[in-house]
Design a protein around this ligand. Structure first.
Ligand SMILES: Cc1cc2nc3c(=O)[nH]c(=O)nc-3n(C[C@H](O)[C@H](O)[C@H](O)COP(=O)(O)O)c2cc1C
Length: 167
């Protein structure tokens, strides 16, 4: 393996650094005041603590999905499986009609739409804290309910591309 030393920290260096840290892929969903569904592809998702069960999602400040999350005070985190790649791309595209092209349900008490064909598990959350960092908003959510939909392999994202869990 070649040894490469970088001593700068430009935004490009930072993106390259983080591209070497693969993650799963989620779609964070919520409803606005009119009951319209919103959702965005999100890999800035991490576990914070088990008691109370809390996760963190990082969302861009101008996001209409973030606006719906903050207005309603709740959201759903849909963990995508390998077959959900097209939906991940759709929900990263800014398409205003993204929910017309995907199958979703709103079970009683849901924090946001459940993407029942593309997700292998969903966590319904209540917003517990909000922390602004630069142009992003760190949204902490207390997990109210977890729904396991299938045992399909998770979709992965790293090195600027989608991938699947090896068999
Ligand atoms: C794999 C992947 C992961 C992403 N993760 C995030 C993220 O964690 N936070 C974020 O703000 N945007 C992320 N994006 C970009 C958003 O999905 C994109 O800006 C989308 O249009 C946001 O939806 P909105 O228009 O409802 O805000 C990601 C995109 C991709 C392809």
């Amino acid at each position: 393996m070649n040894h490469v030393e970088l001593v700068t920290s430009t935004p490009s260096d930072f993106r390259t650094f983080m591209s070497g840290f693969p993650s799963g892929v989620a779609i964070v969903t919520s409803l606005d005041d009119a009951g319209r569904p919103w959702g965005m592809t999100c890999s800035a998702l991490c576990s914070v603590t088990v008691e109370p069960p809390t996760l963190l999602v990082g969302m861009r400040a101008e996001s209409p999905t973030l606006k719906a999350v903050l207005r309603s005070g709740q959201f759903a985190v849909n963990l995508l499986h390998a077959e959900g790649r097209g939906t991940a791309e759709l929900f990263a595209s800014g398409d205003p009609d993204r929910f017309d092209a995907t199958t979703w349900r709103l079970p009683p008490g849901a924090g946001g739409p459940h993407l029942v064909h593309d997700a292998h598990a969903v966590a319904d959350c209540r917003v517990s804290q909000l922390v602004p960092v630069g142009g992003q908003r760190m949204v902490f959510g207390e997990v109210i309910r977890i729904t396991e939909l299938s045992d399909a392999s998770p979709l992965l994202y790293g090195r600027r591309q989608f991938s699947t869990w090896p068999a």
